[in-house]
Design a protein around this ligand. Structure first.
Ligand SMILES: Nc1ncnc2c1ncn2[C@@H]1O[C@H](COP(=O)(O)OP(=O)(O)OP(=O)(O)O)[C@@H](O)[C@H]1O
Ligand SMILES: [Mg+2]
Length: 326
């Protein structure tokens, strides 16, 4: 199951992603955590100190390796140079599974020990000015999108992405790659304006979007969010002393998390799990092709000098029946 946490800067994306990851790990689920946010804070939120977080391998720096592995023997993708972030898998491509070892995880993922188990953490690496804005060839999140497009994840397997709701994710199609998107919103006008923008982009793509209210202080805050986002409001989270203690560098054991917040995490999990029932691999594949053709036309063909539409394997549908690597 692929889950994104998005929202306005400072809304609590990283905090809620990290709590949800801890919750899934404590329940025993295999979890891959991906930090694709402009502010790379997921490592520290999972308990890494600054040196450890700074030492994490950046996916953005390992794009050639990622492309080379995923390309496999796909005859439609002639070289890693012509593989762009939206190049879809086809016959011969190598696919990723959540529970396996592979060269991509070896190069890009590091285990982080949490209460009750460990998570595999992957990070895009720090963003620079050049990474922001326009869809670009060397996009940092491109590495994540390629991995998601080559991932075959099943029930009870989780990939949690802490992500920016930036123009890059809308241009490339990244925002359509999830079983569910949790939009973290503070009860403020700015908080819900990001929701409106996301909803607008999401409308035509059947993106499953739920709002998680954060830093909610009372009924008035809940009423405000309900009035602004209606039934898209899934749950609200208040101030957490547990989170504050962790931020002070004194993380309590995870079982000491406040009851109300644990309930909220349980509800997120049930919501994710029920999204499995409406999964549609054909639509998922169709959408990656749609965004590939769009990116090919707008910049990819010009950049690579070839017609990237030829990379699309018309008979290919991603799905759980496919083997991990061909
Ligand atoms: N429910 C909460 N209880 C206590 N503190 C919280 C809560 N949610 C967020 N915070 C605090 O608010 C600050 C911002 O949260 P966080 O870093 O998770 O936001 P973000 O959306 O990831 O921000 P950025 O856009 O900078 O990545 C952090 O200091 C975090 O600890
Ligand atoms: Mg963050």
């Amino acid at each position: 199951m692929k889950i994104a946490f998005v929202g306005k800067g400072g809304s609590g994306k990283t905090t809620l992603s990290s709590l949800f990851i801890r919750h899934l790990v404590a329940d025993g689920g295999p979890v891959i955590a991906v930090d694709a946010d402009i502010n790379q804070h997921l490592g520290p939120a999972l308990g890494l100190d600054e040196t450890e977080a700074a030492g994490l391998p950046a996916m953005g720096d390992r794009l050639p390796l990622i492309k080379d592995y995923l390309r496999g023997s796909n005859p439609r993708v002639g070289s890693t140079e012509t593989m762009i972030k939206t190049t879809p898998p086809g016959e011969g491509s190598r696919l990723l599974r959540v529970r396996e070892n592979n060269p991509v995880y070896d190069a890009c993922a590091r285990p982080v020990e949490l209460d009750g188990g460990a998570v595999r953490l992957m990070v895009t690496g720090p963003f620079t000015d050049a990474d922001l804005g326009v869809s670009c060839y060397h996009s940092k999140t491109g590495a994540v999108e390629l991995c998601l497009n080559h991932l075959v994840d099943g029930r009870d397997e989780y990939v949690v992405v802490d992500m920016t709701a930036g123009s890059d994710s809308f241009a490339s199609g990244m925002f359509t790659r999830f079983d569910i998107t949790f939009l973290v919103a503070e009860p403020t006008r700015k908080g819900v304006s990001v929701y409106r923008q996301y909803k607008e982009y999401a409308r035509d793509f059947g993106v499953e979007l739920k709002v998680v209210g954060n830093k909610v202080q009372g009924q008035d805050d809940v009423d405000f969010l309900r009035a602004e986002v209606g039934d898209d409001l899934l749950v609200t989270v208040g101030h957490s002393d547990w989170v504050r203690a962790m931020e002070k560098g004194r993380p309590p054991r995870f079982e000491l998390l406040e009851d109300a917040n644990r309930q909220a995490l349980r509800l997120l999990r049930t919501t994710v799990d029920s999204a499995y029932e409406t999964r549609d691999w054909e639509r998922y594949t169709r959408q990656m092709v749609h965004f590939h053709l769009k990116n090919a036309e707008s910049w990819g063909n010009a950049r690579t000098g070839i017609d990237l539409a030829a990379q699309v394997d018309p008979g290919f549908v991603l799905g759980e029946s496919l083997t991990a690597s061909v």
